[in-house]
Design a protein around this ligand. Structure first.
Ligand code: CTP
Length: 429
C-alpha cells in the first residue's frame, strides 16, 4: 500500500478528496502525515480530525520557497513517517533541489489549468481573461520549475460564455477532486514511468475488463429533455447527462452495443465504438426514439430526467408579455417512457432511476413497482456530492425482490459499473 505524505498551506480540499478516495476503496493508499508551512492551516486540523499526524514546519526565513533548515526538517519528518510519495495539496511555496533529490520522481502536484498554459496563480482567471474555450486541471510530477514537471493526467472543462472566475474555478475544482486520487492510484499500482517529459501509463489489469456484456444490446436514456414554449423559452431541468453518459461508456467498454438516446447534454456526447448516440429534444421525441428502438434490446437503463409536463401549445413566434397571457401557460403531461417500456409484453431487463429530495426509499420502492422495473437506482439529490451536475453520486439500488444495495459516494463512472454488475446478475438470475 502506498504511503503518502501531504504538504499544504490552506484548507486542503484536495487532501480531503484523497481521504475520500481511500475510504471508498478507490485509492489503495494511506496518508502517513500532513505537513504545513502555515501553523493555522485548516489542512492540519483536517488531518488531526482523521487521526493523521499533522505538523507545522517553520519556513523561515524564506517567503516563497521551502529551503534551508525548513527543507532539511521536512525531509527528516517525511522519512520519519516513512512517506514514499509526497503530494502537494495547495502548497504555496517552490520546493527546491534538496527535497527534489530526496524524493526524485515522487513529488506530485495538481494545478488548476491545462499546463503548460496558465502556470502560476489564479490560473482559472488567466484562462478566462485569455479567452480560452477549454480549461481544466493537470496532475504532474514536480521539478525545479514552476508548474513545469512531467504531466501525469489532465481533465478538461468547457469555458462558458457566462462564466465568472468563481464559476469556472468551481467547475475545475470538481475535476481536481477526481484527477488527484486517480493519478495517485496509477502511481500506487506502479503504472507510471517517466520517459523524458512524457509520463507513460501502463494499462492496469483492472482496465482489461472482461467483455461480460458482449452480444448484449443496451438502451440508455440520458440528460434532460427540453420542452419548448416558444422559439425563445423552454422548460427543462438541471440534469447534465453525466450519469447516463457514464453508463453508456461503461457498458460499451464491457462489450455492449449501446443506443444512447439523449436530450441536450451539458457534457460532450460520448463518441466511441459501441455507442450509437440518438439526440432528441423533447420528452415526446425521447419517447418515440425509445419505443422504436427497444425491440431486441436485452437491457434498458432509463436514466434521463424527463420533463413531466410540456406546454399544450408550442408557439411558433415569441410570446409577448403585453399581448399574450404567459401567466396561464397551459401544460399537459408527457408520456412516461419508463412506465411504457415496463408495460411492454416483451420488455427488456429494466433499470429506472429516481432523483428524490425526501422519502427516498419509499418513493424508490413505489416507482420500482409502479413502473415494473427490475432495478431502481435512487439518489437523494439534496445530499452534498450526489445528484445533478456532480461528478459523484451516492446511489442505492433497489431490486424487485425487495433487497437494496447501498453504494458509497462514488464517481459516476464507478457507480455505472456497479449498476451494470447488478443488472447483469439480475439478467442471469
Ligand atoms: N421517466 C420517464 N418518463 C417520464 C418521467 C420519468 O421515463 N415522463 C423515468 C425517468 O427516466 C426515471 C424514472 O422515470 O428513470 C423516474 O423519474 P422521476 O421523475 O423520478 O419519476 P416520476 O414518475 O416523474 O415521479 P415524480 O415526478 O412524481 O417523482
Amino acid at each position: 500500500m502506498l504511503s503518502i505524505a501531504v504538504l499544504g498551506s490552506g484548507k486542503g480540499s484536495n487532501f480531503q478528496s484523497i481521504l475520500d478516495a481511500i475510504q471508498s476503496g478507490q485509492l489503495n493508499a494511506r496518508v502517513v502525515c500532513v505537513l504545513s508551512d502555515a501553523p493555522d492551516a485548516y489542512i492540519l486540523q483536517r488531518a488531526r480530525d482523521h487521526g493523521i499526524p499533522a505538523e507545522y514546519v517553520d519556513p523561515a526565513p524564506f517567503k516563497t520557497k521551502l529551503d534551508g533548515e525548513a527543507e532539511r526538517r521536512t525531509i527528516e519528518r517525511l522519512e520519519h513517517y516513512g512517506a514514499q510519495v509526497l503530494v502537494l495539496a495547495g502548497f504555496m511555496r517552490m520546493v527546491k533541489s534538496g527535497l527534489l533529490r530526496a524524493y526524485a520522481g515522487r513529488i506530485i502536484n495538481i494545478h488548476p489549468a491545462l499546463l503548460p498554459a496558465f502556470p502560476g496563480l489564479a490560473s482559472w482567471k488567466q484562462a478566462l481573461d485569455y479567452g480560452a474555450k477549454v480549461a481544466g486541471c493537470t496532475v504532474h510530477f514536480v521539478d525545479e520549475g514552476m508548474d513545469t514537471g512531467p504531466i501525469i493526467l489532465q481533465r478538461t472543462v468547457p469555458v462558458l460564455d457566462d462564466d465568472t472566475p468563481e464559476s469556472l474555478h468551481a467547475r475545475i475544482q470538481e475535476q481536481e477532486l477526481i484527477a488527484y486520487p486517480l493519478a495517485l492510484q496509477w502511481i500506487s499500482e506502479g503504472r507510471t514511468t517517466i520517459q523524458n517529459r512524457r509520463v507513460l501509463i501502463r494499462e492496469s489489469s483492472a482496465q482489461k475488463v472482461a467483455p461480460d456484456l458482449s452480444g448484449q444490446r443496451v438502451l440508455i436514456t440520458a440528460g434532460p429533455t427540453v420542452e419548448d414554449i416558444d422559439p425563445i423559452r423552454f422548460l427543462s431541468n438541471r440534469s447534465s447527462g453525466k450519469m447516463g453518459a457514464a453508463l453508456a461508456v461503461a457498458a460499451a467498454r464491457r462489450g455492449a452495443q449501446v443506443v444512447l438516446v439523449h436530450g441536450p447534454l451539458k457534457i460532450p456526447v460520448p463518441q466511441q465504438p459501441g455507442i450509437e448516440p440518438v439526440p432528441v429534444r423533447s420528452a415526446q421525441e425521447m419517447y418515440e426514439a425509445v419505443m422504436t428502438r427497444v425491440a431486441g434490446v436485452q437491457m434498458a437503463i432509463l436514466c434521463a430526467a424527463v420533463a413531466d409536463f410540456t406546454p399544450v401549445v408550442q408557439a411558433d413566434r415569441k410570446l409577448k408579455k403585453e399581448t399574450d397571457d404567459l401567466a396561464c401557460l397551459q401544460l399537459k403531461r408527457t408520456p412516461d417512457i419508463l412506465a411504457s417500456v415496463g408495460a411492454l409484453e416483451k420488455k427488456p431487463f429494466l433499470v429506472g432511476f429516481a432523483a428524490e429530495t425526501d422519502s427516498v426509499e419509499r418513493n424508490a420502492r413505489e416507482k420500482l413497482q409502479r413502473k415494473h422495473c427490475d432495478l431502481l437506482c435512487a439518489n437523494d439529490v439534496s445530499e452534498p456530492g450526489s445528484g445533478f451536475d456532480q461528478e459523484t453520486n451516492r446511489i442505492t439500488i433497489y431490486r424487485k425482490d425487495g433487497q437494496s444495495i447501498p453504494l458509497p459516494l462514488l464517481p459516476k463512472s464507478v457507480a455505472a459499473d456497479r449498476i451494470l454488475d447488478e443488472a447483469l446478475a439480475g439478467i442471469k438470475a
